[in-house]
Design a protein around this ligand. Structure first.
Ligand code: NAP
Length: 262
């Protein structure tokens, strides 16, 4: 069990998902999870699980070892200014805010506080996130705390802060790219005979299985593709047609477009 309390500022899509993922992990007592947002009624349901909710950010950070900052980028500076006088050197901030650097945060909170950046994705709600974490903090104890939280919520890797934008695109935006693939596959599935719900189930489970082959098997995608593509068969015919239509190229270009936009 995690022995400290966690305060989450910003109970939106991601903040809420982190709270629910922690709850589901059963590695932290629900009454050690605190979460805030201004429109409190939108997180009232979390109370039923024992999570503490408030609209007072100063209350959400008071005596919490770990503070998760999960507001929109344009809201982050205001929130950090609001809480900075209450933050002590015993606490740490984990920011999931896109584009807000460790330096930006320390300029508002002071140098004494330990700052981590984490880039999870929305699959954190079902504890299947890919979370990239970076810090300039050299304390192994602090790093253990941060990884022990996000390890409950999916897979984690440590990256250099310079790669944070790239991880945002590949992992956080990546959820949308993968879902669009599943939607398109479902639509194709309907055209070849399945009802919409069945087509979606088949497409989604197939993507999950394909990912599992790489994550658990540790193989390169082409190794697994070669097993499916019999000579002159239907798989290679369809796959090549997709490539003629720009399948891989459109995905790579989309990733680069997101990256330049960020
Ligand atoms: N969604 C993703 O996949 C994802 C992945 C990685 C990182 N991120 C980053 O994570 C951050 C949050 O994303 P999100 O999708 O969860 O956004 P969101 O749904 O808009 O959540 C932001 C939340 O912050 C609350 N908030 C705003 N000002 C506040 C204040 N002064 N005090 C307390 N709460 C406040 C808002 O609620 P009220 O208006 O009710 O206060 C809102 O619920 C963003 O910086 C985003 O870039 C998102």
């Amino acid at each position: 069990m995690l022995s400290y309390s966690i305060g989450i500022i910003g109970g939106g899509n991601l903040g809420r998902s982190i709270a629910l993922g922690l709850l589901e992990s059963r590695k932290i007592s629900p009454d050690r999870i605190f979460i805030s947002r201004r429109r409190l009624h939108l997180i009232e349901d979390l109370q039923a699980h024992g999570i503490k909710i408030t609209s007072d950010n100063r209350e959400v950070i008071r005596e919490k070892k770990v503070i998760v900052l999960s507001v929109e980028p344009h809201q982050a500076t205001g929130v950090l200014k609001e809480i900075s006088q209450d933050i002590t050197g015993e606490q740490m901030i984990i920011s999931v805010v896109t584009g807000l650097s460790i330096r930006d945060i320390k300029e508002l909170t002071g140098e004494r506080i330990s700052v981590f950046r984490a880039m999870p994705n929305t699959a954190i709600a079902i504890r299947q996130s890919m979370t990239c974490i970076s810090t300039k903090d050299t304390s192994p104890e602090n790093e253990d705390i941060v990884f022990s939280i996000f390890d409950q919520l999916g897979k984690t890797i440590k990256i250099e802060e310079e790669l944070m934008n790239a991880s945002t695109v590949l992992a956080a935006c990546g959820i949308a790219y993968a879902l669009r693939f599943i939607r398109a596959a479902s639509q194709g599935g309907i055209e070849i005979g399945f009802d919409a719900a069945t087509a979606q189930l088949i497409a989604a489970q197939t993507v999950k299985g394909a990912a599992g082959l790489l994550i658990e098997g540790g193989k390169h995608p082409e190794f697994e593709i070669d097993k499916v593509t019999t000579p002159m068969g239907c798989t290679i015919a369809g796959l090549n047609e997709m490539e003629h239509q720009g399948f891989s190229s459109s995905l790579i270009k989309g990733i680069l477009t997101s990256y330049h936009k960020i």
